[in-house]
Design a protein around this ligand. Structure first.
Ligand SMILES: C[S@@+](CC[C@H](N)C(=O)[O-])C[C@H]1O[C@@H](n2cnc3c(N)ncnc32)[C@H](O)[C@@H]1O
Length: 219
């Protein structure tokens, strides 16, 4: 049993992950991550989460210039921002719903601006349309996190020709997969974006399960 599951009162890693990935309202998500924030960076390794590393390795293959403006969505404690900063990307902003997670991210000095709100949950976004060249996120999509319908808000933040990239565990429940596919297809069919490559399956994303990396271009 990991320290994470013990410290937060869960019997096992599986029970902890089940709670983490359970559909819940933003206030509960906020409480969950507020409790975890101080130990997130250390303990996330214990649940075998390799999202930021795998995202960075896939993103670098896209050859995106280093001077682009990036929004790291659901940035949490800044684990992805650190990787990108080390790769030479210096204009990165952070968005997350949990203030305690962003407080840790602030200390890392890899982000310029911070936005604290829950995306896709009916709150008005303070981010102006067309601000970023790239919107990205790792490990925060689907149940208990960013709803798939938030694609609309995310695309709005990005400039025309900009990229929307994410890495997540592909939905396992049929309903959830259907929701994901239907929002993706709707955006493609309506000419909002197109894939710049096929989704890439990456091993050892979370708890020995694989993840999928997507890269879409806003049209
Ligand atoms: C597992 S952490 C991921 C952090 C980081 N991206 C990483 O890969 O380590 C999930 C983060 O998503 C945030 N989050 C969950 N739902 C959100 C939403 N709808 N809008 C903004 N942030 C959200 C949580 O506050 C938490 O910090």
């Amino acid at each position: 049993m990991s320290n994470t599951s013990k410290a937060l009162g869960y019997e096992s890693v599986d029970a902890f992950l089940e709670e983490c990935l359970r559909e819940k309202p933003p206030e509960e998500v906020k409480k969950f991550y507020a409790n975890w924030a101080a130990n997130y960076d250390k303990e996330v390794k214990e649940i075998e989460y390799n999202g930021p590393e795998l995202f960075a390795k896939s993103f670098i293959k896209l050859n995106v210039p280093q001077n682009v403006k990036i929004i790291d969505i659901a940035a949490g404690t800044g684990t992805l921002g650190e990787k990108l900063n080390a790769m030479g990307y210096k204009y990165i902003d952070a968005l997350d719903g949990t203030p305690e997670m962003l407080d840790i991210a602030r200390k890392k000095n890899v982000y310029r601006n911070f936005y604290q709100f829950f995306l896709g949950c009916g709150y008005e976004s303070p981010i102006k349309d067309g601000t970023y060249d790239v919107a990205m996120w790792s490990g925060a999509f689907g149940q208990g996190h960013i709803p798939y319908t938030a694609f609309h808000e995310i695309i709005a933040m990005v400039k025309q020709g900009g990229l929307v990239c994410w890495l997540f565990e592909y939905p396992t429940e049929q309903n959830d997969e259907e929701n994901f596919k239907s929002v993706m297809d709707d955006l493609t069919d309506n000419g909002k974006w197109k894939a710049i490559q096929d989704p890439v399956c990456l091993d050892e994303y979370l708890n020995h399960n694989s993840g999928m990396f997507y890269a879409m271009k806003k049209l």
